[in-house]
Design a protein around this ligand. Structure first.
Ligand SMILES: [Zn+2]
Length: 196
């Protein structure tokens, strides 16, 4: 089976850092102005990061009918989401401190998805649950695959999740993750920095 590359349809504005959905790749032409602030003439930033692209590409190349591949998908998807959460949290931390050392030390003290969302809530203008309130299904499915990922990490066999079918969850999360995280990213980008 030929490998399928994963290419995100999102690009980040080089000036105001808004993440834009660009399914027709119009923004690859630098003369096209961005819809956020009218930026033009500068290369648009690939979003999300290349490492997240790689994780999503790996999921894309796995066989949804193989139980082993489902387990690997759960691990890679969880890692991709945690990495996107971490990238967004860095942006938020840098709105509060210009010190990379301080940001680093705060990030190191908050490990794991739940603690990082708590950290997010403690410094963001709007809480994580408020920003994602229209995407409850994504959040619930994400919580369930996090639970499954932890079971896989502890060597347990796959168990059917409580509410959702895991194969459907993998598809759903894969298809909707960039929309979900771009909304959080843009909310953070719109918040004012406390210094400057
Ligand atoms: Zn812009």
């Amino acid at each position: 089976m030929p490998r399928k590359a994963f290419i995100s349809s999102y690009r980040q504005c080089p000036d105001c850092k808004t993440v834009l959905f660009d399914p027709k790749r119009e923004l690859s032409q630098l003369s096209v102005k961005t819809s956020c602030c009218g930026s033009f003439g500068k290369a648009r930033i690939i979003w999300p990061s290349i490492i997240v692209h790689k994780y999503l590409e790996l999921v894309n190349n796995l066989d949804p009918n193989s139980e082993d591949d489902q387990k690997i998908s759960v691990v890679f998807l969880s890692s991709a989401f945690e990495m996107m959460l971490e990238d967004i949290l860095w942006e938020l931390l840098f709105k509060h401190t210009p010190s990379p050392l301080l940001a680093d030390s705060i990030m190191d003290s908050f490990h794991g998805k739940e603690r990082r969302i708590k950290l997010f809530d403690s410094i963001s203008d709007n809480k994580f649950s408020e920003i994602t309130k229209d995407d409850k299904e994504f959040t619930e499915r994400w919580n369930e695959i996090t639970f499954l990922r932890n079971r896989v990490a502890h060597g347990d066999y796959f168990v059917s999740s409580k509410k959702y079918n895991e194969v459907e969850s993998i598809d759903y999360l894969y298809d909707n993750c960039l929309k979900y995280f771009s909304k959080i990213e843009n909310e953070v980008q719109s918040q004012k920095a406390f210094y400057k």
